[in-house]
Design a protein around this ligand. Structure first.
Ligand SMILES: [Zn+2]
Ligand SMILES: [Zn+2]
Length: 380
């Protein structure tokens, strides 16, 4: 541990032990402005160390609980919880309050904003799970369990990768910063430390359970609720069921991406359903009430007297539910009048009889009154 060499937090900020919260804040502001690496291009490395030191001191002294613990037990009183100085995200958020947008703190603390690189926090990776559903399942919604192989924190070493009883040690190559800086003319290049892969720590005695990786692959069973009315390409987000975060950061999310199978006779457009139903010449002429299989049970389809082929009957609210909680779509029935191709002797006799009484003019429809007339109206 490096705590023996740590400077006293009050000394770091040049404060008396009795300093009031306002004094702590203004002392930190002064120190941070003085030591911000961007303002000290000539001695960037020293500045960075001083800056972090001041920030660490402030994160403890600005917090009444941590300050009390520090006053009683020194550095030991504030180590161990959330990193060796309790240097957490809260203080990072507070920067905006203290400095506004004066300069970029993300650069100093790394993109994750989690403080010292050695305590780098990083949200876990999101996972994708592809799920195939039948048309009916998508319409009705499903509650199911999925088995998901994913990385879990190793419980034997609590994610450190070190053999239980031992701990990771500060990386010698980067001094625990996780990054190496190079100055080349005007350019300052920072790259991830190759020795520790940016973790700032290395493990000498590896945990046997996870072989030093800090995590193990496990298959989890997760309850999933798919709302009714989903379609192909719908993504369901299951929060916090992705891979675990690093150093106490939140886990990623799980995204379930759906693929819905086609239905043999229903076609969907959004929440509306379309299907085609054949009717007989007699039903078309006389009218009828059909019973057809809908997506959730049987539906009655009224056919009015004198229905033409190609007519569409709309059944309101008999489509699919909106997965976002809106109303229901409609069911559109496309009616097709089917001419009989095989008649019994009796049917033929009746048809002939009917034919003598039905009058229809078998002349071609007047061109001018239909298609061309309309075109002339538009362009004429
Ligand atoms: Zn382990
Ligand atoms: Zn390193």
């Amino acid at each position: 541990m490096s705590s023996q060499t740590k400077r006293d937090y009050y000394d770091v900020l040049s404060l008396a032990k009795s300093a009031a919260p306002d004094e702590v804040k203004s002392a930190y502001r002064k120190a941070a402005l003085k030591w911000h690496p961007d303002r000290n291009p000539d001695e960037k490395d020293v500045a960075e160390v001083r800056f972090r030191e001041a920030t660490e001191a402030y994160s403890v002294l600005s917090d009444p609980q941590k300050r009390a613990a520090y006053d009683r037990y020194g550095h030991a009183g504030v180590s161990g919880v959330g990193g060796d100085a309790g240097f957490n995200r809260t203080i990072f958020d507070e920067f905006q309050d203290i400095f506004g947008d004066f300069f970029g703190f993300e650069d100093v603390f790394g993109r994750t904003g989690g403080g010292r690189s050695r305590n780098r926090v990083q949200r876990g990776a999101d996972l994708r799970y592809d799920m195939r559903l039948s048309f009916e399942e998508a319409a009705a919604g499903v509650t199911t369990k999925i088995r998901l192989p994913r990385q879990e924190l190793c419980h034997a070493c609590n994610g450190t990768g070190a053999k239980p009883g031992t701990g990771p040690t500060t990386c010698e190559a980067c001094g625990g910063r996780g990054q190496l800086h190079y100055q080349q003319g005007f350019f300052s290049i920072t790259r991830t430390c190759p020795n520790c892969q940016g973790a700032g720590q290395t493990v000498r005695d590896k945990c046997l359970e996870c072989r030093g990786r800090g995590r193990v692959e496990q298959t989890r069973t997760i309850d999933v609720r798919i709302p009714p009315g989903v379609d192909s390409q719908t993504r369901i987000r299951v929060p916090n069921e992705g891979e675990p975060g690093i150093n106490g950061a939140p886990p990623g999310d799980l995204y379930i991406v759906l693929d819905v199978k086609d239905h043999p006779f229903f076609e969907r457009r959004g929440a509306d359903l379309y299907c085609t139903v054949p009717i007989s010449v007699a039903q078309a002429a006389l009218g009828a009430e059909l019973t057809v299989p809908g997506i959730s049970g049987e539906e009655k389809v009224p056919i009015s007297e004198g229905t033409q082929t190609g007519s569409i009957v709309r059944l309101k609210g008999k489509g699919l539910p909106d997965p976002h909680g809106g109303g229901k779509g409609d069911l559109y029935v496309n009616v097709r009048v089917v001419t009989p191709t095989k008649l019994t002797r009796e049917q033929r006799r009746l048809m002939q009889q009917l034919s003598q009484t039905l009058e229809i003019e078998n002349r071609p429809a007047d061109r001018n009154s239909t298609f061309f007339e309309k075109v002339k109206d538009i362009f004429g």
